[in-house]
Design a protein around this ligand. Structure first.
Ligand SMILES: Cc1cc2nc3c(=O)[nH]c(=O)nc-3n(C[C@H](O)[C@H](O)[C@H](O)COP(=O)(O)OP(=O)(O)OC[C@H]3O[C@@H](n4cnc5c(N)ncnc54)[C@H](O)[C@@H]3O)c2cc1C
Length: 403
């Protein structure tokens, strides 16, 4: 059994910034683990510019940003154990699968910074053929930026989140012509200007309100997709399909290992101190929700370091958690625990799962204590302020959406 004071799982922006900030505070017994063979997380395969402005005051590409973070960690002598996949955390023992077999660690504090992933085709229940040319944006970026390979020439993109336009830009840079962007909703799931940008400047049609009903071809090749709107089918010729966005936390392992798992969020319950219901485990970055930007995850990591410092210095400090629950109209929310030990201006941050005009209502033990009018899209960040709700440790706070 290896022992370490602080174990951080995930060498992306959230995990590395936590490690760097803890090192700045004087901690030197920190080990970061990652299943990949290089550190840096998702930005490693995002070859476009768009990273680093707030962290380093420089506009960087994803790979340069990942390298910069990794170099800072290396300069601080932070150990990064690569090719270590966390496979179990039962009884607080961290078990990693490595090329040398299973390796076990115990840590005083563990940070889960596992990131999020896009929902693949299998989970979207789209019928039709199987083909290697059906993939997520993340997989496409890996082909292009890590393996220097172009898997197809003329695919469609399904989805219209910001990441879908990242897939569009990466494709164009690699010489791939996108046949169309297909979105089930009647509006774009990101900034509306991206539609005219795609259609006029990039000559890529954006088809709103269309469902993808089947992927056609044979076992090897995609030949077309069938899309439908108001019961009328249309066929688009293409040689691949990129399922983009619809991010979900990388949390399968956590679901198995946490008694109290937040199924509404598909993640662990988390306080404003990033502490889970197991006081030795913290979670940070996109594992808390779908994908937000790298700088958001970076700054969360920096904030988390202070809470870990507190918890190590005040071993006797017991969390005073009040659970926050949310209804099914809420796409994700965090924090999902209010720790009464810490003051907080925000009760929680959330997003809705469809375009909504209505009211967000907060209740404590089923009595409504706060409401707020909203006119929100799926990518609108909503903050619920922590008003002076009188709550005590065993209360339940519920958030519901009425449209
Ligand atoms: C296509 C695309 C384009 C993007 N473009 C931008 C942009 O332009 N600007 C921007 O600011 N953000 C962008 N983002 C978002 C940004 O990449 C993420 O916000 C950021 O990487 C999240 O950081 P993280 O540390 O939470 O997770 P990640 O960066 O995903 O890191 C998680 C790490 O955990 C590791 N891991 C997961 N499970 C295990 C396990 N069981 N054992 C060991 N290791 C594990 C993974 O290997 C990974 O290295 C983009 C994202 C995508 C997908």
């Amino acid at each position: 059994m290896n022992k370490v004071q602080i174990a951080i799982i995930g060498a992306g922006p959230a995990g590395l910034s936590t490690a760097i900030e803890l090192s700045n505070m004087g901690y030197d017994d920190i080990v970061v683990f990652d299943r990949e063979d290089e550190a840096g997380g998702t930005p490693r395969h995002c070859g476009h510019l768009g990273f680093g402005i707030f962290e380093f005051y420089r506009l960087l590409s994803g790979p340069d940003y990942a390298k910069k973070l990794t170099k800072i960690a290396a300069d601080r002598n932070i150990t990064i154990n690569l090719k270590h996949t966390l496979v179990d955390i039962s009884k607080d023992i961290l078990t990693f699968s490595t090329t040398d077999g299973l390796v076990k660690y115990s840590a005083k504090r563990t940070v889960l910074a596992l990131g999020a992933r896009e929902t693949p085709r299998s989970a979207r229940l789209v019928s039709g053929i199987r083909s290697p040319n059906i993939m997520t944006t993340g997989a496409l970026q890996r082909f292009i930026y890590l393996h220097n390979t172009i898997p197809f020439k003329n695919p469609v993109i399904v989805g219209s989140e910001v990441v879908s336009f990242s897939a569009l830009m990466s494709s164009r840079k690699a010489g791939i012509n996108i046949a169309a962007i297909i979105e089930e909703d009647k509006e774009l799931n990101s900034f509306s200007i991206l539609k005219s940008f795609s259609e006029t400047i990039l000559q890529t049609p954006v088809k709103l309100g269309y469902e993808i009903s089947s992927i056609n071809g044979d076992d090897k090749e995609v030949k077309s997709v069938t899309i439908s709107k108001d019961g009328i089918d249309e066929t688009i010729e293409c040689d691949g399909v990129i399922f983009s966005g619809d991010f979900t936390p990388e949390s399968a392992l956590l679901q198995e290992n946490f008694k109290d798992f937040n199924f509404a969020n598909n993640s662990v319950f988390i306080s404003q101190a990033f502490q889970t219901t197991n006081k030795n485990f913290f979670a940070v970055g996109n594992v808390l929700r779908g994908a937000l930007t790298a700088f958001k995850c970076f700054f969360e990591g920096k904030r988390l370091a202070k809470f870990i410092d507190d918890s190590l210095k005040q071993e006797k400090l017991k969390p005073q958690h009040v659970k926050i629950e949310a209804d099914e109209n809420i796409q994700w929310y965090y924090p999902s625990l209010l720790d009464l030990n810490y003051p907080s201006k925000i009760l929680t941050n959330l997003r809705v799962n469809k375009k909504t005009t209505g009211r967000i209502i907060v209740s404590v033990n089923d009595i409504d204590v706060y409401e707020k009018q909203i006119d929100a899209k799926t990518y609108t960040n909503i903050k619920i302020p922590r008003e002076a709700y009188p709550v005590s440790k065993n209360d339940t706070i519920k958030i519901r959406l009425e449209s």
